[in-house]
Design a protein around this ligand. Structure first.
Ligand code: IFM
Length: 452
């Protein structure tokens, strides 16, 4: 077993105003899938379909955060983590997606928010973390341009109900992932495939990001307002011209196509020609409507990808070389452990003059954890977090405007198509009994964050 030696990072190196936090999402943790008048989400429907989720897992109970929230917030306090990022479940708040608001949904999030504040924890709310109301999917979901108005209505309801106490808001979580996996590859909800579904969803989500932000800004003028992007460093398989060109296309898709329109730059179609087809879904004025001056940009980084050219892959002409074929260390997700990725991405995003402030709104790792004598000795996760913090600090010391780091995740939870097998938590969850056990990584972080 690797030993935790030479751990010399110190919280004070990051500065007094640096934000430390932990992130979760509603569908992955709450459970209580049919409590009160909650509507179905696309994930409730998707997880009920045979063969969609590994081992047939579903999230009807998940971590039962809906009922355990008080105890889980106590755990955050015990870990000395001052900021908690959680998401609001759209069909819990507006069961049919538009129209009637559920008072029990509002009351529930009021309890969750108040409990954080009573414990000295600052709430950070994500408005959309993938659980679209099923009623809206029946009308075309994100492929329907009406989704922009549906989302603005929902964002307004959230901001008006919670904005008196929640000052930190994120509009979307990782649009590249939920549009790519959900609307192009069909491996996430709602399980749709194909370029038409993907491009229309991307465009409407991008418009919704800006419209949702405008709704929050109107209701909570002094909100600290951001949105989050999944980003991954892309390395060409070799310096051969065709691999370098393939890497550039993949980089454009994963790291630029979602943020640049929000920064007012339009879609980067010059470097990824398939994006020209986005014109089919665009209307006059959309370029301006897609842009918004966010207070911060959330970067969520876990790994890097190595890319080679491939004639057989449509639209991008590139394929990823799986980490297990490259003889590198991986996490339980099969993702390469590659901490310099976070450094390079912070520098990249910092280079956009429109990006004012970067917060790492997710970073973490899944490893096979087991409880032995009441302890979880997850040395690899602790080292993963430590090594990423070191890379973040390097970027910060070089002048990058990065001012926060949130670990994914508080507890082990429902990891989408992977089910419960892949554990990301600082806190272990026995899903049979819902027993929580703080892992060694959690104890390490608590010590690191302790005021002294
Ligand atoms: O669990 C997910 C989360 O919902 C979004 N970001 C990546 C995490 C790990 O895969």
């Amino acid at each position: 077993m690797e030993r935790m030696e030479n751990f010399i990072l110190n919280k004070s190196q990051f500065g007094n105003n640096f934000l430390w936090g932990v992130s979760t999402a509603a569908f992955q943790t709450e459970g209580a899938h049919d409590t009160d008048d909650k509507g179905l989400s696309i994930w409730d429907v998707f997880t009920a379909q045979k063969g969609r989720i590994k081992n047939g897992h579903h999230a009807q109970d998940a971590c039962n955060f809906y009922h355990n929230y008080k105890d889980d917030i106590q755990l955050i306090k015990q870990l000395n983590i001052p900021n908690f990022r959680f998401s609001l479940c759209w069909p819990r708040i507006i069961p049919q997606g538009t129209g009637k608001v559920s008072q029990s949904g509002i009351d529930y999030y009021n309890r969750v928010i108040d409990s954080q504040l009573q414990n000295g924890i600052t709430p950070w709310a994500t408005i959309y973390h993938w659980d679209l109301p099923h009623a809206l999917e029946l009308k075309g979901g994100w492929t329907n341009r009406d989704s922009v108005a549906w989302f603005a209505e929902y964002a307004d309801v959230c901001a008006r109900n919670f904005g008196d106490r929640v000052k930190n808001w994120m509009v979307m979580n990782e649009p590249s992932v939920f549009t790519g996996a959900g609307y192009f590859l069909g491996i996430h909800a709602p399980g749709r495939r194909g370029l038409g579904n993907f491009l229309s969803a991307v465009h409407h989500v991008t418009l919704s990001t800006a419209e949702g932000a405008r709704a929050v800004r109107a209701a909570v003028p002094y909100a600290n307002l951001g949105t989050t992007f999944s980003c991954t460093q892309i390395t060409p398989a070799s310096d051969k011209e065709r691999h370098v060109a393939a890497a550039k296309r993949v980089d454009t898709l994963l790291n630029r196509a979602f943020i640049e329109p929000v920064l007012g730059m339009g879609y980067p179609e010059a470097d990824l020609p398939v994006l020209k087809r986005m014109q089919r879904y665009m209307k006059p004025g959309d370029i301006e409507r897609m842009s918004f001056d966010f207070d911060f940009t959330g970067i969520q980084c876990y790994t890097r990808e190595v890319v080679r050219a491939s004639f057989f892959t449509p639209y991008v002409g590139a394929r990823l070389i799986a980490a297990n074929k490259r003889n590198v260390a991986t996490t339980e997700m099969g993702w390469e452990v590659y901490p310099p990725s976070i450094y390079h991405l912070i520098k990249r995003f910092d280079a956009y003059p429109q990006v004012k402030n970067i917060i790492i709104t997710e970073n973490g790792a899944a490893f096979p954890d087991t409880v032995v004598d009441g302890k979880v000795n997850d040395v690899k996760r602790t080292k993963y977090i430590y090594d990423h913090l070191q890379q973040l600090l390097k970027a910060k010391e070089e002048g990058a405007r990065v001012n926060g780091y949130f670990v994914w995740s508080l507890t082990d939870n429902f990891e989408w198509a992977e089910g419960y097998h892949t554990r990301f938590g600082l806190v272990h969850v026995d899903f049979e009994t819902q027993k929580r056990t703080i892992k060694q990584s959690g104890h390490w972080l608590a010590g690191f964050l302790k005021d002294n």
